[in-house]
Design a protein around this ligand. Structure first.
Ligand SMILES: *[C@@H]1O[C@H](CO)[C@@H](O)[C@H](O)[C@H]1NC(C)=O
Ligand SMILES: *[C@@H]1O[C@H](CO)[C@@H](O)[C@H](O)[C@H]1NC(C)=O
Ligand SMILES: *[C@@H]1O[C@H](CO)[C@@H](O)[C@H](O)[C@H]1NC(C)=O
Ligand SMILES: *[C@@H]1O[C@H](CO)[C@@H](O)[C@H](O)[C@H]1NC(C)=O
Ligand SMILES: *[C@@H]1O[C@H](CO)[C@@H](O)[C@H](O)[C@H]1NC(C)=O
Ligand SMILES: *[C@@H]1O[C@H](CO)[C@@H](O)[C@H](O)[C@H]1NC(C)=O
Ligand SMILES: *[C@@H]1O[C@H](CO)[C@@H](O)[C@H](O)[C@H]1NC(C)=O
Ligand SMILES: *[C@@H]1O[C@H](CO)[C@@H](O)[C@H](O)[C@H]1NC(C)=O
Ligand SMILES: *[C@@H]1O[C@H](CO)[C@@H](O)[C@H](O)[C@H]1NC(C)=O
Ligand SMILES: *[C@@H]1O[C@H](CO)[C@@H](O)[C@H](O)[C@H]1NC(C)=O
Ligand SMILES: *[C@@H]1O[C@H](CO)[C@@H](O)[C@H](O)[C@H]1NC(C)=O
Ligand SMILES: *[C@@H]1O[C@H](CO)[C@@H](O)[C@H](O)[C@H]1NC(C)=O
Length: 338
């Protein structure tokens, strides 16, 4: 062979080598791969490499020359190369096995790579909170969502069956793993839960409820089921006090500003007299919010027109006035007063 022919052959080989190197691809058998699983990186097209190395980024996994393989720390027993195809098999996958896998060889000269992500299934999603007894307009609800395992993680927060989005009172922090609802209202009682997911798995937490104290507020006082405030002497009065409060408010009655012995929603007065006229108050106290509220009604107890007429007739008959009237008028007055 002439020198120029040899040179040409070398150039051709170099070109071929360059062509092969750029044409070879590494193909992972699965991506993303799962923790504990196995992945194989094949060369496409498959080729027999006399020697070479596989590395994860800059970190060597193994070298081989002929049928001798040498493993680097952390890979013994879970990595192997197929000397016929150059394929790398890696088992017992860990999260840290994510990255770019590079194969290099001098004979033929090539360098190729492929990247994979190793992900972990989500397990044991738990929603925790330190405090479930809150006060309306004066507390924040703080919830933390955790898992025993899982990577990467995405979080979805739920209130009942609706998803929660961040807003003025709703903050999501800690990579979306913590939900804070500030300045809670009575409607923020939940049940809250978190849904955690990644490409291969998902899980939903236990529900968490909050007990939110509020009131007392919106008080009302009725007497005998009416909104009126005037009643005749001798009536029986049933006063009913109603109030919005959680937990239920403790109720106490007062008359003309003095506490009465009566507690509870109902105050009953039998056969009332005029001196029982005055201001009746219902006082409400919520021992969780420490708030006090009250409502007062001015009740007038007076003789009815009927009662006034009876007294008048009695007086008239006593003075002998009735007997001096015509019979028809006496009858009319008696009919009227019956
Ligand atoms: C290497 O790969 C070839 C083709 O896939 C297969 O037939 C052979 O069994 C593999 N060798 C080893 C040692 O796994
Ligand atoms: C992977 O291969 C691409 C070209 O295919 C190259 O640009 C890149 O630098 C390689 N990455 C590594 C880490 O070798
Ligand atoms: C689930 O997570 C909770 C909270 O982190 C932990 O207390 C519990 O032991 C875990 N259960 C399992 C089966 O891993
Ligand atoms: C509960 O309290 C502990 C200790 O104060 C704190 O470390 C933790 O983050 C709190 N958890 C929540 C959900 O607020
Ligand atoms: C809490 O909410 C109430 C009603 O929406 C509002 O009046 C109050 O100013 C809020 N308090 C704080 C600290 O944001
Ligand atoms: C709000 O909470 C703070 C501290 O917990 C307490 O000092 C304050 O009295 C509360 N205010 C009301 C209106 O409940
Ligand atoms: C948190 O959730 C928001 C909305 O779903 C999302 O855009 C964001 O990327 C998430 N952040 C993290 C760290 O996952
Ligand atoms: C959650 O995982 C189950 C299987 O465990 C699957 O059937 C379901 O579709 C997944 N749900 C979501 C919202 O990804
Ligand atoms: C939480 O509240 C819902 C109704 O809102 C109720 O059905 C459920 O039993 C409550 N759960 C707990 C643990 O109290
Ligand atoms: C008022 O109560 C008294 C005592 O319980 C009863 O005897 C009387 O019949 C009641 N009067 C009316 C009008 O209900
Ligand atoms: C209220 O109760 C106290 C003791 O329980 C008693 O001494 C007092 O006389 C009662 N007052 C009235 C108006 O019934
Ligand atoms: C607070 O009020 C509730 C409801 O009225 C009652 O059951 C509870 O015993 C009260 N607690 C205290 C410490 O007074």
């Amino acid at each position: 062979m002439e020198k120029s022919d040899q040179a040409l052959t070398l150039v051709l080989l170099a070109l071929l080598g360059g062509f092969l190197a750029s044409a070879v691809e590494v193909q992972p058998s699965i991506n993303p791969a799962v923790v504990g699983g196995t992945v194989m990186f094949s060369l496409s097209p498959p080729m027999s490499l006399k020697s070479g190395s596989w590395a994860l980024g800059e970190t060597l996994i193994l070298n081989w020359v002929g049928d001798q393989q040498a493993f680097f720390p952390g890979y013994s027993g879970r990595a192997s190369v197929n000397l016929t195809t150059g394929a790398l098999t890696l088992s017992s996958l860990k999260l840290t096995d994510s990255g770019v896998y590079v194969v290099q060889s001098n004979d033929p000269a090539l360098s190729a790579n492929a990247s994979i992500t190793v992900i972990e299934t989500v397990s044991n999603v738990t929603l925790s909170t330190n405090q479930t007894d809150l006060t309306e307009f004066n507390s924040s609800a703080v919830m933390r969502c955790s898992v025993s395992s899982g990577s990467p993680l995405s979080f979805l927060w739920m209130n009942g069956s609706s998803t929660i989005t961040a807003g003025i009172r709703v903050q999501v922090t800690d990579g979306n793993a913590t939900l804070i609802v500030t300045n809670v209202t009575r409607y923020d009682s939940g049940p809250f839960s978190c849904h955690v997911f990644n490409l291969i798995s998902n899980g939903t937490s236990n529900p968490v409820n909050f007990t939110i104290s509020y009131g007392p507020e919106n008080m009302a006082l009725t007497v005998n089921g009416l909104s009126g405030t005037s009643f005749p002497v001798g009536s029986n009065l049933t006063m009913l006090c109603s109030v919005n409060s959680s937990p239920p408010a403790q109720l106490q009655w007062a008359f003309r500003g003095n506490l009465m012995n009566t507690t509870g929603a109902i105050l009953q007065l039998f056969l009332v007299s005029q001196n029982q006229s005055g201001q009746y108050s219902c006082l409400a106290f919520n021992n969780r919010t420490n708030m006090l509220n009250s409502i007062t009604k001015d009740i007038t107890i007076s003789k009815s027109e009927q009662q006034v007429m009876n007294v008048l007739l009695l007086l008239l008959s006593l003075t002998g006035f009735l007997s001096s009237l015509p019979a028809w008028l006496t009858q009319l007055l008696e009919d009227f007063t019956e």
